[in-house]
Ligand binder design. Sequence first.
Ligand SMILES: *Cc1c(COP(=O)(O)O)cnc(C)c1O
Length: 423
Amino acid sequence: MSHINTKCVQAGYSPEDGQAKALPIYQSTTFKYNSVDLLGDLFDLKAAGHFYTRLSNPTNEAVENKIAALEGGVGAMVTSSGQAASLMAVTNIAGAGDHIISTSAIYGGTFNLFDVTLRKLGIETTFVDPGISAEELQAHIKPNTKLIFGETLTNPSLDVLDIEKFAKVAHANQIPLIVDNTFPTPILCRPFNFGADIVTHSTSKYMDGHAVVLGGVIVDSGNFDWEASDKFPGLTAPDASYHGIVYTKTFGKSAYITKARVQLMRDFGAQMSPNSAFLLNMNLQTLHLRMARHSENALAVAKFLEQNEKIAWVNYPGLESNAYYQLAQKYLPNGCAGVIAFGVKGGKEAAKKFMEHLKLAAIEIHVADIGTCCLHPASTTHRQMTDEQLKEAGVSPDLIRMSVGIEYIDDIIADIKQALDQV
Ligand SMILES: *Cc1c(COP(=O)(O)O)cnc(C)c1O
């Protein structure tokens, strides 16, 4: 079973003779044992098995194994949301007194997590421009820097991360690169192939793809050498909460993802529900079909908009005119997913008028599901800002973010055309 399209359908769950064809939902908080000693061994991590759903559950495990197979990692852990995945991916290896580096072009929720909440926990973040040179990036590294973080294809600015450049600097300093791969999904980009060490996702976007379940996931490549320096005592020194276990010694290549589960998930408790895991698994079975159609439709819409005289500008890395076109060809050769940003001539009022005339495309906050939808940040998510402040935030008053769905392309374009005709 080698091709990723086959893995979408088959990986993670293989029923035996007479077992359910569909992944069963283990709607159980706990698991029964006959031996007190065996349960004790599970608690001490001396044996493998499920005992409480906050730590692991067979339905969740099947989805974790599917996603690990899709990304090409040694293990994965699902979480209650993408935010929980970002929080745990970082705090698994950074704590009070540590420093991390992140590109500034990241999802707003991740930005707040790093800029506000992690600072309160004693973790300091330096934000860098994604276009930064390797030399400048190196200059930001401190003795207590524990990781570099970036987003493959940023939401909503649509910058493409030069993963190899960031991985090279990280590895020269014996620290890992963590990449949020939410928008491309492993169908369009597998960051481990370019040197990323840990991948995170909000599965609430394309992985679910039907706007029904919140979720997140952390995937471990198994490639990072935590023992090469003394920077990661949490992985290389005894954990008193498990009778002095040393993660790198006991779990080898899976040290990072095992610690995330048995220590952070145990303590933070941000587990995905088995019901959500069932839905996520079902929707992942068609991820390869959906990503191809989202990308194809978005490119067609972007090209249509580029030719229309009522449109001021279009941002989609799949367009040859785009500043990220070359990087997109390298990292996203099979498509740039379904999200595009553009401006309607006439500013804020024209943008609102255009959107209110759309019939097929819905106005929503969400992105990355099968139905075409759009958002006008200047009058919703960023409405408290003046035009001047919007400019500083990189959100122009005319900016419309459109998440192109998998409807028939001629219908999507006809809807955009009739709405533009009325502006
Ligand atoms: C939505 C999103 C998140 C946060 O995920 P939630 O599931 O909403 O918590 C993180 N990263 C990116 C790129 C996102 O688009």
